[in-house]
Write a protein that binds this ligand. Structure first.
Ligand code: R5P
Length: 297
């Protein structure tokens, strides 16, 4: 049986090549040409084996989704029989209902689209709030959801003696509680009300942070306002230090600088999105997940 192929785009070469090595797969580049009007032309290898995965973490989601729309059917026409999407960050999961009449429920629409393109989805800590399982949102044949929380808990315990893990909102409880479990770390979550893209109101929980190192843990850092506002409040409440740990380091524009200005000491992230703050690798877990599918087929 020929080696499986992991297809990747140039900006994700480092992660994809490292992942392919862990999976004993052959890593092959998808060439991309952007025409002057913004249209895309992709070129895949001329032939593919039966087992193929496309590695594309869905930060910058709009272009990347079009790329998947072009690449997945092409892969199937040149030999792929079993096609997996490895998207460590899965975009469009936050809009899971129509908050106002007429709003598109992006999670359901994008989920269905991905399910028409791929047989399997492997992802890490998708932002699920009002739906209980990812297969409800992305109805592919097989969905493998990994969590960075245990590794984050392990990492946190190595950074400080007796830190408090803090989530900035109620949705983060799922990850914070899991991260705190193994080392029995203290944890709590704040309450957040979002007024706009860059406008959040945060209320801290009743746990005392006075004189304690706090590690703020969240799934996504985008504009950075959630982390910055929570950090300011924690420092005002007497926290000894505030560090930040996120699964998906989007950090758009000057978000990282703003978070640092708010008083954050260290920023750590997983490599679900390639970013200078990457400190925890999810690649071994992703490799294991993809390999486990080979054993099933
Ligand atoms: C949403 O609830 C997520 O868990 C994050 O808290 C949110 O996406 C962070 O966004 P921002 O960095 O723009 O405040």
């Amino acid at each position: 049986m020929s080696k499986p192929t992991l297809l990747y785009f140039s900006e994700e070469a480092n992660q994809a090549i490292a992942l392919a090595t862990l999976c004993n797969a052959s890593a092959q580049l998808i060439e991309r040409h952007v025409f002057p009007d913004g249209e895309l032309k992709l070129r895949l290898p001329s032939q593919l084996p039966e087992r193929v995965a496309i590695f594309h973490s869905l930060d910058h989601p709009n272009q990347k989704l079009i790329e998947l729309l072009l690449a997945a059917p092409t892969a199937k026409t040149i030999g792929a029989r079993h096609l997996t999407l490895i998207a460590p960050y899965l975009a469009y999961m936050r809009q899971d209902m129509a908050f106002l009449p007429g709003e598109a429920v992006s999670q359901r629409i994008i989920g269905k689209l991905l399910a028409t393109l791929f047989d399997v989805l492997i992802t890490v800590d998708p932002h699920l709030h009002r739906v209980s399982s990812l297969s409800q949102a992305v109805p592919v044949k097989n969905v493998l959801v990994l969590s960075a929380a245990p590794l984050m808990g392990e990492f946190a315990a190595q950074q400080h003696a007796n830190p408090i893990l803090m989530g900035p909102d109620e949705e983060s409880l799922q990850w914070v509680a899991q991260a705190a479990a193994q080392h029995h770390l203290d944890y709590a979550v704040a309450k957040k009300v979002r007024m706009g893209d860059r406008d959040v109101e945060v209320t801290l929980p009743s746990i005392s942070v006075y004189g304690r190192p706090v590690i703020l843990l969240d799934d996504i850092a985008s504009s950075g306002h959630t982390l910055a506002r929570t950090t300011e409040l924690l420092l005002q409440a007497g926290a000894q230090s505030v560090d930040v740990m996120v699964t998906h380091a989007l950090f758009m524009g000057s978000a990282l600088e703003m978070v640092k200005r708010a008083g954050v000491s260290e920023v750590w992230s997983t490599d679900c999105i390639d970013h200078p703050s990457n400190a925890i690798s999810m690649l071994p877990a992703i490799a294991q997940a993809w390999n486990s599918l080979a054993e099933l087929s």
